[in-house]
Each structure stands twice: as C-alpha cells, then as structure tokens.
Write a new protein. Structure first.
Length: 328
C-alpha cells in the first residue's frame, strides 16, 4: 500500500517522490513522516490526521480494558523537553472492535496505511489485541513494550522492554496472532536503552520471532522529574510528579539507539525513529543513522496537524538541495 501526498505541496515534483519512496515492513510510503502512538485514539483523531501531511497514521496505544488515565497536570514542557504522565488513557478493545474498521477506511481513503499500537498487562492480552487489530483492518500492529507511565496505586508496572524473558514471552504470544495473519507485519516499540550490552540482547530476542519485521525506537525515558519554572512545584501532578521524558533533549539518545539497532538487526528489519524531531534536519539525521521512517509526538502536541506540513516542507527542501547537488 502506498500513501498519497496532500495537494498542499505543489512544489514537490512527482518524479522526485517516486525516486524517494520508502518501505517500512513491506509497506510503501511516499515519505518517512508519521505521528507517534499516544497522539490518536478515536475516530476524530484519525479524521484530522487523514487530512494532514503524514504518510501513515498511528493509533493507540490500546489496552484490553478502557483506561481513563490520570487527572491533573499530565503534560508539561521545559526549554528543550516535554514530560508526560497520562496513564495510557484509551477506550479499550471494545472500542477498537467497533470503530477500527471505520478508522481503517478513513485512513485508506486518504491513501494512508493505518498502524495500531497496543499494550497488554499479560502476554495473552498482546495476542488478543493483535488479533483484534488485524481483524479490524490494521496494516501493521505496533507492540508497545516501553510505556513508562503505568502505575497501580503506589506501585509502578514493570516495563517489558528491559527484560529479555518478558520480551520473549510477549512475542511468543504475538507469534500466534502473526501466524494467523502472516501477510501483515508486526512492529515492536522499545524503551530508550542506556545499557549497551542489553540492547543487542533485546535485538536478538526480537529476531527469533518470525513475524516481527520492524522496530520503533524510542519510547519516552521513564521516571523523569521537573519543577515548574520559577518554583519548586512539580511540573506534573500524578504519580508523585514522575513522567516520561520526551522532546528535543531525547534526540541524541534516540539517534544512538536507532544506530545500535540498525547494527544489531541488519538491513532486513525496518526501524522507525522517534524522539525529539522538531525540524526537517532531524528527520534526515534519523535516516542517516539507519531509520527507515520517523514518528512525531511532542511537536504534534505542542503545535497541531500543521506541524507535519512544516516538517515535511523542511525535509523535502533539504532533500531537493541534496538531489540537485548530487546531480550536478
């Protein structure tokens, strides 16, 4: 499936697009820019993104049961970062079963693939959610193993990304859903890794599952903390002020993780880079270290759907300059 660039970019020559299409897990996209999970969860979100410049739409993350998420101050920003503690708010699998066919139809009519992000609290839940997503028309399922903001009372849930046995257990369950839908790819979304020995182990664990064709890196950095500017009041109010760190400050970590994953996984796997993308140059940097495509969250939350038009314009202008220089 290939996307269709919006007509708001008349300066983009068709022959240029045809020469620069990208492929993510066997799915052809006209450019590498999409939204990240967490920024779209209901039909109305998909409608807005379908009219935007993204090449694919990512919805979720969805859990089995509906989650209201946390109240209070769940999102805040600083000079070069964002912090969030939303608590995985989403309408759950019943909403997914009812409305995913409509969301897929909206995306496909706009010429955009639909990717569905899921989170389970037991390995079998990942299997059921993956099966539900494929049945509803998802073109790819993104298995979110790195969500850092899930607490039950005063206790924080384990983040599967950091445990090879936990990753293997989830992927064994997901393999069953993949076996029933062998024509559709599965992607794994990972946490940011600071242990250089652990990342290759996780990569090898992923490579054992035959239906995984893609890795998304990275989720937000867990348990960051910040004060309100000019005070000692916590920037966020839930879970004692802890939140997932994102935004520009995360870009060097994201670039490093993508580069290591590309080396560990080889060229057969697709890699989607996430973290700190605010300019067209940032997109090019992720592609330079081995990403096939990128996702944007903080910049989208800070602006609106127009951010994708701006980023794509900057990206294409840089690529056009590169193209002209190369062909002189």
């Amino acid at each position: 499936m290939s996307g269709i660039l919006p007509t708001t970019f008349p300066f983009i020559r068709k022959e240029f697009l045809m020469d620069h299409e990208i492929v993510v897990a066997g799915i052809t996209l006209e450019h590498p820019l999409m939204n990240a999970a967490g920024t779209a969860k209901v039909v109305e979100d998909v409608e807005r993104l379908a009219a935007s410049a993204v090449s694919a739409i990512v919805v979720g993350s969805y859990t089995m049961d509906p989650r209201e998420g946390y109240g209070g101050k769940i999102f805040g920003t600083g000079p070069s970062f964002s912090l969030n503690a939303a608590g995985l708010p989403n309408p759950g699998i019943e909403y997914l079963e009812k409305h995913l066919p409509e969301m897929a139809s909206i995306a496909h009519q706009a010429g955009k693939p639909l990717f569905v992000s899921i989170v389970g609290f037991a390995s079998q839940e990942y299997e059921l959610l993956t099966e539900c997503a494929f049945d509803g028309g998802a073109d790819m399922v993104e298995i979110n193993l790195g969500c850092p903001n899930v607490w039950e009372g005063h206790f924080q849930n384990k983040i599967p990304s950091f445990s090879p046995p936990a990753v293997a257990e989830v992927l064994h369950s997901v393999w069953k859903a993949g076996h029933r839908n062998p024509q559709k790819p599965i992607c794994v979304k990972l946490s940011p890794f600071s242990d250089p020995m652990l990342l290759p182990i996780i990569a090898r664990t992923i490579s054992i599952c035959p239906y995984i064709q893609c890795v998304t890196a990275i989720n937000s950095f867990p348990n960051a903390f910040a004060f309100e500017e000019g005070s000692f009041e916590s920037l966020l109010s839930p879970v004692d002020g802890y939140g997932g760190l994102a935004g520009s400050v995360l870009k060097p970590i994201g670039l490093g993780n993508v580069k290591q994953l590309r080396k560990s996984l080889g060229d057969w796997y697709s890699v989607i880079g996430v973290g700190g993308i605010t300019t067209g140059r940032d997109i090019l940097e992720y592609l330079a270290v081995g990403a096939n495509a990128v996702q944007v969250a903080t910049a989208y939350c800070m602006e609106d759907e127009q951010v994708f038009e701006r980023l794509l314009t900057e990206y294409v202008e840089l690529k056009l300059v590169e193209h002209e220089l190369f062909n002189r």
